[in-house]
Design a protein around this ligand. Structure first.
Ligand SMILES: [Zn+2]
Length: 1008
């Protein structure tokens, strides 16, 4: 019997594919093809339509890599063909390959985008056409199929991709779809899928096999068209058997995960969106039950600007509830690398866009494809009005299986968001019986919940859901043997779960970060994209602060700042800032960051000029401090020489050059010391001792030194993405001859330069810097990097005993294990930290700070900082060239206050402005708690002139903090991140005093 089953299943499959599917069209005639190749980058429809087209034939080659060819398809609709079932059938040369990573086309009719064509969407229904002449334009994009084998490829850059045509047009026909054959194929696909998802001994499975067999017996393979209806009639009872009342409920949400850049540049994503969204709204016309959820406000903004007619159609479908904005974010951003303020703005800018265009505020964050989720995110989501969260990426974990599908995710400050990982374990489901069976098998919450989500549709230019997926979904609405599948939205899903909770069900809780056990290399790959982002984040903070300090921000400046924020937010997309895109994308990102930074410097200078601080005639120097609080430090002055600055708060202060009494730096040939720190090195320039003088402790373990290591870095599959657990163990310290020289030996500052070769072709200069009045030792790296598939690390061994390290993250810190005791601990062999990691005993600790790195390894007895990688896919030249970064070593006493302070000083340098300071604003904002930090100081988005101050408790303490401005505060409210008042605060004596929970994030609106 067993053999019979296998045989019958094989028969069904072969006859379906080889005999029935080829009969899908009753009649066909070829269309006439003419072509025009765009000479350079893509052009508008109007431009393309006005060109001279040349004759073109099926079988001809087209498409240099990244080129565009416009095809004009024309013909005459024969008598009697018009009506339902009339379609253009187009194959640009895809062969058997899947959608999303190949050529794609946008079909235009009379100047309007009609729909996309892809390997799984070759049909363009034309029901509205009467008999007569037909003319379509197809804007065909020759996007190259980048190798999925992760081999280095020249195709990722226009400079190296060449111009050999990639594709051959395989078909352009006018045809009439056979209704019976089409629906028979769908009936059979669904029933076979359901059958194969059931256990072998299940009666329904055995009955289905017999029913399918009977139906196939009824088809005359010589006359499929004439006999398909007989088979359909025989299958009807099998399709009408309702689901069992206990069966699980799945909500299918149409979706197209479109990476805003990845194996294609942003300019191509704009067109991918047009193709995908045009197809989506067409499908909505045909099927009122169809729902399509779509994230990333920037993608809507592109349509609004570039495809206004399509945008109007989208807006219409948003109003009918079929096209559903989700996620509330500007892009589906990476969550590890952007600053806390950036992630707030991702949500604020996304929510504001959706609200202004469609009157919609999203309740959920939707980032199914992002590489890990920090512990501070629940409160960020909540602050932007989102108390629900959808992702599925942790299903890719390499080491441990995540234990929940629907749960409360509890953040650092205790905020909880209702979270769902769709049990289908993908955001690109295709609505098959197998996927439905898997969802049911894989779902961890059967004990208390009936509901799950299934995002379906081809992503990344694959064009989203197809009509076949929707048809299959309808057949599984209420079908025995499979979960009940209804088309809907993520809102409906969460409403159902919330109803279950309201009725007494209890959801599990996961507290802390959602660490992704994969793609750890994205903390380091394409480091200049990350460094550029960090620079822009700082300059945005400064520009907002200095403009706010000067009073009302002129509308054109407010608009420009908002625009620059949007440009930075776009580059935080989850394949750009992680470094996992082609060369083109990273070249664009670095150019964008440079442009944005230059413009922000101009805006900052303009803000100073407006306040009269940078007077044209002024010849005094003024110090501007954008950090949270006062600082006393030695920096390079306006003339490059070291100078002590002493500023009492954030704001402008005259440069004090008169200071005489200070803690001087003393040097010998092999050491430098001040009253706080003594550092010595060996003949090769390797640091062999760092002594905390005040506390009398050597930082390094006996006979250990601070070293640089090089390790072969060969991920098993995803080169730019992954760092394997064994890689760092293969590292060898770099040793040998070094050129050692003093750059500076003054009582204010000592700087020793050590220069050596690294690996096969690279050089590295490190400058050890110790300043008066500072316990911080800076290691300033300048590396000319020309290695291939190597990891460069800084190893800082520490004589500190602790089982947990503290890692700086957005709006707080997390504690992570320094040991591989459990599989969950062991998986965290490379972790993200922003400005510092800290290893501490109760009364003594050592922090390793940075101004531009994220990947760290933590172990009992030290810290490893990932400095550079050199992956070869998808960008074969990733990370080649010059890199600068400062890593600092800072011993400290109990608590984190010193660490937070120094981390801010390292990352927010003071500015010198030449000008006459006849105006004395004092501190822009003054905060009296060292554990509380400023995230943003800005004027309110609503142009009211109110001051917005966003701050957070960074140490995990409960605290009372007062916030003062240079002038008395009259009114104060606590707001959400969207700057909407939530709670009035009493103002006494012209300042505000509020209590903060551990790690609480607060946005204040202040009126003076
Ligand atoms: Zn993605």
């Amino acid at each position: 019997m067993h053999d019979d089953r296998v045989l019958v299943e094989k028969r069904i499959e072969r006859e379906l594919w080889q005999r029935i599917l080829p009969q899908l069209y009753r009649r066909r005639v070829p269309l006439t093809i003419d072509a025009w190749d765009v000479p350079g980058e893509p052009v508008s429809y109007a431009h393309a339509a006005a060109q001279e087209y040349r004759p073109f034939a099926v079988g001809e080659r087209w498409g240099r890599p990244w080129g565009t060819t416009w095809f004009r398809l024309s013909g005459e609709v024969p008598d009697g063909w018009a009506g339902v079932g009339l379609e253009a059938v187009i194959d640009l040369g895809w062969g058997m390959r899947g959608p999303g990573f190949l050529a794609e086309g946008l079909v235009w009719l009379d100047g309007t985008p009609l729909q996309g064509v892809h390997p799984r969407r070759t049909a363009v229904p034309l029901p509205q056409l009467a008999t007569g002449p037909l003319s379509l334009l197809v804007e065909a994009a020759a996007n190259p199929a980048l190798p999925q084998s992760f081999r280095p490829t020249p195709l990722g850059s226009l400079d190296t991709a060449g111009d050999a045509p990639l594709y051959r047009v395989a078909m352009a026909d006018l045809a009439v779809l056979d209704h019976d054959v089409y629906h028979l194929c769908l009936d059979v696909e669904v029933l076979v899928g359901v059958m194969q998802g059931l256990p072998l001994d299940e009666p329904r499975r055995q009955r289905l096999l017999r029913q399918l067999e009977d139906a196939f017996d009824a088809i005359d393979m010589g006359d499929v068209t004439g006999t398909a209806h007989r088979a359909r009639r025989l299958l009807q009872p099998a399709l009408e058997l309702p689901a069992r009342s206990s069966s699980m409920r799945v909500i299918g949400v149409g979706h197209a995960h479109i990476d805003s850049a990845w194996l294609w540049p942003i300019r191509e994503t704009v067109r991918k969106c047009a193709r995908t969204f045009a197809s989506a709204v067409r499908l909505m016309d045909d099927d009122p039950e169809y729902r399509f959820v779509c994230s990333q406000a920037v993608q809507y903004a592109w349509m609004e600007e570039r495809y206004p007619a399509l945008f109007a159609r989208i807006a219409e479908k948003v109003q009918t509830g079929q096209f559903v904005p989700v996620g509330g974010m500007w892009v589906e951003a990476d969550m590890n690398l952007p600053s806390g303020e950036s992630l707030v703005r991702q949500l604020v800018h996304g929510q504001r866009y959706f609200e202004s265009r469609f009157g919609i505020r999203c309740k959920e964050v939707w980032i199914p494809d992002v590489f890990g989720y920090p512990a501070s995110m629940p409160q960020v989501y909540a602050a932007a009005g989102c108390d629900r969260f959808v992702t599925q990426k942790l299903s890719w974990n390499k080491q441990n299986r995540f234990p929940h599908n629907t749960f409360w995710w509890e953040g650092l400050d205790g905020t909880r968001v209702l979270t769902h990982f769709p049990p289908v374990d993908t955001y690109n489901a295709e609505v098959t019986g197998e996927e439905m069976a898997f969802s049911q098998r894989n779902f961890r919450e059967h004990g208390w919940s009936d509901w799950a989500l299934m995002p379906y549709g081809h992503g990344n230019g694959g064009g989203g859901p197809t009509r076949e997926m929707v048809q299959r979904a309808h057949r599984m609405r209420d079908l025995d043997g499979t979960p009940r599948l209804q088309l809907g939205t993520s809102d409906e899903f969460f409403d159902h779960v919330e109803a279950e909770l309201a009725a007494g069900a209890v959801a599990p809780v996961w507290s802390g970060e959602l660490y992704f056990e994969m793609h750890r290399g994205t903390l380091t790959s394409q480091i200049e994209t990350k460094v550029g982002n960090r620079r822009c984040e700082r300059l945005l903070r400064e520009a907002e602060l200095w403009w706010a300090a000067g009073g009302m921000v002129p509308p054109e400046v407010a608009d420009e700042l908002r625009g620059l924020w949007n440009d930075v937010l776009l580059q935080q997309f989850h394949d750009i800032i992680p470094g996992s895109s082609i060369a083109w994308v990273h070249d664009d990102a670095e150019r964008e960051h440079a442009r944005i930074a230059a413009r922000l410097e101009e805006l900052i200078a303009a803000a100073f000029a407006r306040m009269g601080v940078a007077g044209v005639d002024g010849d005094d120097w003024v110090v501007a401090n954008a950090a949270t609080r006062q600082r006393t430090e030695v920096v390079s002055g306006p003339d490059g020489l070291p100078v002590i600055v002493q500023v009492p708060g954030s704001g402008f202060f005259p440069l004090d050059q008169e200071r005489v009494g200070y803690d001087r730096v003393v040097t010998t040939e092999r050491s430098m010391a001040n009253g706080q720190l003594a550092v010595s090195w060996d003949l090769e320039g390797t640091i062999t001792s760092i002594i905390d003088v005040a506390r009398g402790r050597e930082l390094l373990p006996p006979r250990r030194s601070v070293t640089i290591e090089l390790a072969p870095d060969h991920p098993v599959e995803y080169d730019a993405w992954d760092l394997e657990s064994w890689t760092t163990g293969l590292g060898e310290p770099i040793s040998g001859d070094a050129e050692i020289s003093w750059l500076e030996r003054s009582p204010l500052r000592a700087r020793l330069q050590v220069r050596r070769t690294v690996g096969a072709a690279s050089t590295m200069t490190v400058v050890y810097t110790l300043r008066a009045e500072s316990a911080r030792l800076d290691l300033e790296f300048d590396i000319d990097w020309h290695e291939s598939e190597q990891l460069l690390s800084l190893m800082v061994p520490l004589d500190v005993r602790t089982s947990e390290a503290v890692c700086d993250i957005q709006f707080g810190h997390v504690r992570r294990p320094t040991h591989p005791s459990s599989p969950w601990d062991a998986a965290k062999f490379e972790v993200c930290a922003h400005r510092f990691v800290d290893l501490a005993e109760p009364q003594f600790g050592v922090a390793v700070l940075n101004d531009g790195r994220y990947g760290h390894g933590l172990f009992d007895g030290g810290v490893r900082v990932s400095l550079l990688r050199a992956a070869r896919f998808p960008d074969p030249d990733a990370d080649q060239g010059r890199h600068r970064v400062t890593i600092s070593i800072l011993p400290h006493g109990a608590g984190l206050h010193d660490v937070l302070h120094e981390a801010e000083l390292l990352n927010v340098p003071v500015r010198f402005v030449r000008g006459t300071l006849d105006w004395w604003p004092g501190a822009v904002v003054e905060i009296d708690q060292p554990g509380v930090q400023l995230s943003a100081v800005k004027r309110a988005d609503d142009a009211s002139g109110d001051l917005i101050v966003r701050l957070f408790e960074a140490c995990g303490d409960r605290t009372q903090v007062s916030v003062r401005l240079p002038v008395p505060v009259r009114d104060a409210t606590r707001c959400n991140a969207l700057e909407e008042p939530e709670q009035v605060i009493d103002v006494a004596d012209g300042f505000v005093s509020i209590s903060l929970r551990p790690f609480e994030l607060v946005t204040l609106r202040l009126r003076t």
